[in-house]
Design a protein around this ligand. Structure first.
Ligand code: FE2
Length: 375
């Protein structure tokens, strides 16, 4: 009770707006509703995925074969871990010849982000890079149905897609309400075949969203309530889904927490670990959550010292959180990736975005100090 009343007192002043256009269908076996959701948009569907074999891995091959009775299905697969502008442009070309009524993303954040970007790219006469720089030019999207096969990114509900410029390796966010998927079918059964390492890292991504959106200056009473639920569910169940991936009851809890954090990505905002991670990923080849992990201990230490950290402390202490991260082997250092003191200036200059929402950010030196401590 104390924990909850604290959220009310500290965050009521921020007020809140909650208007989420995604129809969320959550639960075991909900993937069976896919056909009904498709035909609301039409009978030509373009599936977007990382690989052809994924459908088999997550047990969807037979379902898609059945869908073909009555629905035109085309598959655009091979989306890479960090989708590039050229991949999205290829997808837009496929759309312009195939002319689907709806895009269906099956996979992790990369496949869902790709579908969202293809959806707006197909409806715009401007190149994608211009849409990144001038998001007001994004007016609409093809309908998107997202079916996550991981539990972590929140991409099935969020309003962004992270794309990589293959030349500069820079990551850029395409952001607009038009990118919010029309339907999210979150069936925890689709995550059962996710290997332990991916389960671990995507699960940590969800936990980092819960922590950062809680202490962020953009947090509000609703996102705080969501963060509290997500932190609890993830701390209680992450260990179990890593060691026993087939435990559907634990998978449900983790999927639900990760999905809730999709809302928090829209109505609150992530903090420095996410901002710094995007800079890191432009220099070293590292997955999103692995990059976030590197920054966490140094950032957490500072968070627990400021007022915003009190909200987190009532749920989990710094020591408990670090012990938890160690227990699931989620501690690493920048030097393991060849990053040293000489790289700090260059890296900190690459950090962009709204840094002031972070409770510990003062100026560029804050980033430098966190980076140095993370080496
Ligand atoms: Fe993330």
């Amino acid at each position: 009770m104390d924990k909850f009343s604290q959220s009310k007192v500290t965050e009521a002043k921020n007020g809140m707006v909650f208007h989420h256009p995604t129809k969320l269908v959550f639960g075991i076996g909900k993937v069976d509703t896919l056909k009904n959701e498709i035909i609301k948009f039409g009978r030509r569907a373009l599936f977007i995925s990382t690989s052809d074999t994924l459908f088999k891995t997550v047990g969807l091959q037979e379902k898609i074969r059945k869908l073909r009775k009555g629905i035109q299905v085309k598959i655009f697969s091979g989306i890479k871990q960090n989708p590039s502008f050229s991949e999205i442009e290829r997808g837009v070309e496929v759309v312009s010849t195939y002319r689907p009524d709806v895009l269906i993303a099956i996979g992790g954040g990369s496949a869902i982000d790709a579908a969202k970007a293809i959806g707006v790219g197909a409806k715009s006469r401007y190149p994608l890079i211009k849409l990144v720089k001038e998001p007001d030019l994004i007016k609409s999207s093809l309908p998107v149905i997202a079916l996550p096969t991981t539990a972590g990114t929140g991409a099935e509900l969020s309003r962004g897609a992270i794309l990589t410029d293959p030349k500069t390796k820079k990551k850029m966010g395409l952001r607009s309400d038009s990118l919010i998927p029309n339907v999210a079918i979150v069936d925890p059964k689709l995550t059962l075949s996710l290997p332990p390492e991916l389960t671990l890292y995507t699960g940590f991504d969800a936990l980092s969203h819960a922590i950062e959106t809680l202490v962020s200056k953009k947090s509000n009473i609703l996102t705080n309530a969501f963060s509290e639920i997500a932190i609890k569910l993830l701390l209680e169940n992450l260990h179990q889904v890593i060691t026993n991936g087939k435990d559907i009851a634990a998978r449900v809890q983790v999927s639900f927490a990760a999905t809730l954090m999709g809302y928090n990505l829209v109505y609150s905002q992530t903090c420095l670990p996410h901002r710094i991670q995007y800079a890191l990923a432009s220099v070293i080849d590292i997955s999103h959550p692995r990059g976030v992990v590197l920054i966490y201990p140094a950032w957490l230490k500072r968070v627990y010292k400021v007022t915003a950290g009190n909200k987190l402390r009532t749920l989990v202490t710094e020591k408990e959180l670090l012990t938890f991260m160690h227990s699931i082997k989620l501690i690493s250092r920048l030097r393991n990736f060849g990053i040293g003191v000489d790289d700090v200036s260059m890296l900190s200059n690459r950090v962009t975005g709204d840094l002031k929402v972070d409770p510990v950010y003062k100026n560029k030196n804050t980033i430098k100090e966190i980076l140095i401590e993370s080496i």
